[in-house]
Design a protein around this ligand. Structure first.
Ligand code: 13P
Length: 340
């Protein structure tokens, strides 16, 4: 393990003014997204869609890294047939790879999930490094509901995240450690705080036990928000305040940065929350706070694209706009008037 290399990669991922594009939807998730716009999820259509995103002109001004799915890492640009890993590298964008195999039902805990993918991970990481990947992602999901999450669910997910992270670092790949407490449900922001506090604490307990080098990871947490169906929705200010409170209580100073997931927030909410976090708190924090959004970066572009080549330019303009606005938000200099 080359600690300096890991640390400098992690710092590059969360550098000021840039963030990460999560474009690593598994094929079933991609099919769901395509279904919403009436496009069939074929290998070619997925290639065309990712091409639209990744060849957006000047995107490297705002994007430090892209998380790819295995299939995309092996695909090439449509026009010039350049492997995406080479194409991104030339732009100075780091290549990331989703290495988990998805969240599956946790045995004997039917309403909870555990993320799988540790089998052969050491060998797969070595291959991914050769293919150009310099960071990886593993997403654990924690659901809030009647009587859940259980301690068991939080423990097994944290344990797996730490095993994954240690294996990544051994291969000189920076692990994005993603414990996602889902927004789904009618729970209050207070409950989201309590569960996230426990989940993040557990994750760092396991990372420490398994000797993960904290300066060489990037944390990808959820923000502390009200459940989607909660009758009382917290304000932008409250989300920022509770999120900082939770991170300060759980995340060691050695971690170089946090890159939030959007988790189903609207595009604008995700941007406004990130902006408030940086505007109000960045000067007092040991870590950079940026974005690693999937839906909040892609959905407006997806809805413009509609699977048609004629729409590529308009779709790219949408993607460019969200990337730029989130870049501004990561510096606390976004304003709502920039949306129009
Ligand atoms: P969302 O921003 O759509 O939540 O996706 C981020 C991600 O990578 C989830 O693992």
């Amino acid at each position: 393990m080359d600690k300096d290399f890991l640390r400098s990669t992690a710092i590059e991922m969360v550098q000021k003014g840039k963030g990460i594009l999560a474009a690593d939807e598994s094929n079933p998730t991609c099919a769901k997204r395509f279904e919403s716009i009436g496009v069939e999820s074929t290998e070619l259509n997925r290639n065309k869609y990712r091409d639209m995103l990744l060849t957006t002109p000047d995107i490297e001004k705002y994007i430090s890294g892209v998380i790819l799915f295995d299939e995309t890492l092996r695909q090439s640009t449509i026009k010039d047939q350049i492997l995406y890993s080479d194409f991104l590298k030339k732009l100075g964008i780091l290549v990331g790879i989703k290495v988990d195999k998805g969240a599956k039902v946790l045995a004997s805990h039917n309403r909870e999930k555990v993320t799988e993918g540790l089998d052969n991970l050491r060998e797969r990481l070595d291959d991914y490094y050769i293919l150009g990947a310099r960071f990886a992602k593993w997403r654990a999901v924690i659901t809030i509901g009647e009587g859940i999450p259980t301690e068991t669910c939080m423990h097994v997910n944290a344990h797996a995240l730490a095993r994954y992270a240690a294996l990544c670092q051994e291969a000189n790949i920076v692990p994005i450690v993603e414990p996602e407490v889902l927004m789904d449900g009618s729970h209050s922001i207070d409950l989201c705080y309590d569960i996230s506090y426990k989940a993040f604490s557990k994750v760092f307990e396991e990372l420490n036990k398994q000797n993960v080098y904290l300066e060489g990871i990037v944390l990808k947490p959820n923000m502390i928000v009200s459940g989607t169906n909660c009758s009382e929705q917290a304000s932008i200010e409250e989300v920022a305040e509770r999120t900082i409170e939770c991170l300060k209580a759980t995340v060691p100073e050695d971690v170089p940065g946090c890159a939030f997931l959007s988790g189903g927030q609207s595009n604008q909410d995700a941007t406004m929350h990130l902006n408030m976090l940086n505007l109000k708190y960045s000067s007092e924090l040991p870590w950079n706070l940026t974005f690693s959004y999937g839906r909040a970066l892609q959905s407006s572009a997806l809805n413009k694209w509609l699977g048609k080549d004629d729409n590529i330019n308009d779709a790219q303009l949408e993607f460019y706009k969200r990337a730029k606005l989130n870049s501004l938000a990561s510096q606390g200099i976004y304003s709502e008037t920039m949306e129009v």
